[in-house]
Design a binder for this molecule. Sequence first.
Ligand SMILES: [Zn+2]
Ligand SMILES: [Zn+2]
Length: 383
Amino acid sequence: MDPHRLRNLLHPDLLHARLEQEGRPRTTLSFYRYVRLEEVEDLRHALYAEWEALGVLGRVYLAAEGINAQVSLPTENLDRFRSALDARPEFRAVPWKIAVEDDGRSFLKLIIKVKKKIVADGLADDAFDVTNVGEHLDAATFNQKMKEGALVIDMRNNYECAIGHFEGAYLPKADTFRGAIEEVREMLHGRQEQEVLLYCTGGIRCEKASAYLKHHGHTHVGQLHGGIIDYARQVKAQGLKSKYLGQNFVFDERLAERITDDVVGTCMQCGAACDRISNCHEATCNMLLVQCPACAEKYADCCSPSCREIHQLPMEAQRAWRKGRSTRSTKTKAINDPEGLRRRIREEEELLALNGTLHPELKPDEWSIANGEWENALPPIHH
Ligand SMILES: [Zn+2]
Ligand SMILES: [Zn+2]
C-alpha cells in the first residue's frame, strides 16, 4: 500500500463531526514497552492499517527501542484490539492502562510516528539493553523494601520533586533526565551492590533508568511499577500508609494532585513552607516556580519584580512589548536556582526603588494609550 495514504488528512472540524456522529462509546488507554523492534517503518504502516480498521485514534511513537501509545477506540473493539496486539510477539500481553476520567474524545485522528526514542531521554549511550530492566515492585513491596533500608531515588525532574517525593528519597539536582541519571551513577559510585528503588510519575522513565544502571553494573535495582500514579491508587485501595509525601506533579492544567497533606516544599521567593506550584504569569517568562500565596500577591503571580512590571502594564502595552519576543509555550521549564532567584529579586527591588522602573526601555512618559500609539512609542527591538 502507498504509505502516504496511511495518514489522516481531513480537516479537524470534519474529524470532530465524524467523532460526534459515530456515537459509539470509546475507551482511552495507554501502554508502552521497551522492546527491540525491527523494520520500524514497515511495522508502522502495518499497524496503521490494522488499527485504523478497528477505529483506533491517538498518538503512537515507535522506535527501535519500543512503543509508546496513547489511543482511544470504540469500546466494542477492545477485545479485537487486545487480540491484534497479542498476535504480535513484541507486543504480546503488554499491560495497558485505561483512563478512568475520560469522555473518549481525547483524540481526533490516528498518528503513528517513527522516532529515535519513545521517550526523549538525551542519553547518548544506545549500546545498553533497554529491555533488561529492574525488578517491578508494587506499592506494598516498595514500602517494605524502604523499611529494610533500600535507597530510594527520584528519577523525575527537579521541579517535580519540589512539591512532593518519597520520604528520605535522593532528589537529583539536575534538570534533565540525562543529567539526573549521571548524577545518580556518580552518587552510587563504588556501591554497585547497594539496593536502590527508583520511581517516577508513571513508571516509564524508570524502565530506562533501571536498564541504564544495570548496564553499569548495579545488581539490586528495583522500580515502582506504574509510578506514583499507581502507587497512590494502590495505597488507597489497600489502606497502606503512603510513604510518598505531598503532591504529585502532573503534566496537565492542574500541575499537581495531592497525595498526602504533608507540605515538603518551600516558596522559592521567601523560603516559607509551601507546595503551591504555578507558572510565572508573564507570558514571555512562564517559568514554573513554587510560590506561597503571600508572594503570589506581592509579585502579582510573577517570578520577579521585572516580570511583574510587564505583567501589570495595560494590555495594549504588554502586547506591544511582547512583539518580536517569544512567549514560552512550554509549561515545564522551572526555576532551577531558588537562591539565585532570591538574589535577583533583592537586586531588582533595589533598582526599582532607585529608578522607579526595571524596564527603562519602556519610557512610560511617552505612552499614549488613549490614542492607541503604544507601538509607535516603543523603541524597536533589536535581535
Ligand atoms: Zn513566599
Ligand atoms: Zn517570570
